[in-house]
Design a binder for this molecule. Sequence first.
Ligand code: SF4
Length: 361
Amino acid sequence: MTRLASNRTTKEPDLTATFRRKLIRWFATHRRDLPWRRYVSPYSVWISEIMLQQTVVKTVIPFFERWLGRFPDIAAIASADEREVLTLWEGLGYYGRARNILRSARLIVQQHGGRLPDSYNTLRELPGIGECTAAAIMSLAFGKSYPVVDANARRVVSRILALRGLDRPLEEQVKTFLGQAMPPRKAGQFNEAIMELGQTVCLSRGPLCESCPLKTLCFAFRKNLQDQIPSKTASSTIQKRSILLLLISDGRIMARRKESGIFAGLWLLPTIPDNGRTKTAISTFIGRDFKAEISPLPALELRTHHYTRYAHRLKPIVYDVTGKGVRPADGWRWLRLAEIYSYPFPSAYRRILDELRVAQR
Ligand code: SF4
């Protein structure tokens, strides 16, 4: 349930107008020069908004530039190969986003003449386009009054109005406030401004209130409640421990393409439980009746890979496998190490493969 910590309401006569004026004035002088702002199109807004989901601006910039260089328009993506799309996305994480862009691009070509629809409801029907992304495209690309309620906007407004809670009513209150404050002809600029303020000033930890253009309006600042608003979600990390097997045979490495789950479309290396039965487990990958020699090579460093809610401790062990009957079990393949860069791998595996290539020189 949403509670207002103060007696404030979004109906205060001057609040939304003052908020709008101060925010837009601040943005006019603090707007960052970002690649997706240099040439704004529905396509560039769409791609940048998807890339910016759960990812900071600094990380996104080189990916966005590479992407636009390789796929300058929707037709270019629609005709692309999934492997290439995922390889280009490698390192950005949450690969479902890239798969959804590809699916959406193909639908846009088939059903919308290759142009992103300028209707909120039609945009929402495309894979991977949620409320925030649809609102961002409608306002930034088409100038329509749709408030973007992303984590940044939610944090800023929650603090200004002293809203506590995490639920849907809070989301609606934020949206109502933003809808009232939004200037009709500057919807895109207003949305960008509030997201920018959340990214650079009203930070989730240690907000820079002294430099904030909204501090005179902000209830959380006045009452020193910034650390308590917005309420925090309880999130628990799931710990996993595995051995990562780097099985090398005649200049090739064993890998498998994942067909489903968060890594669908990516290639993975064999992993086994870290329980001391490594050699027995290897036979499940190269066949039980093989006559092969398995020789350990220098291992790589232990590391912990964080993704979604997982902290996955990986111990990469390298084996050279030679002899008769060295054939992969179902679904596994030998990939030539020299061609490994044309296959998409999760970034943690890619770093390990890079280290392996250096170690083998
Ligand atoms: S005064 Fe501080 S808490 Fe309030 S909106 Fe500005 S940065 Fe955020």
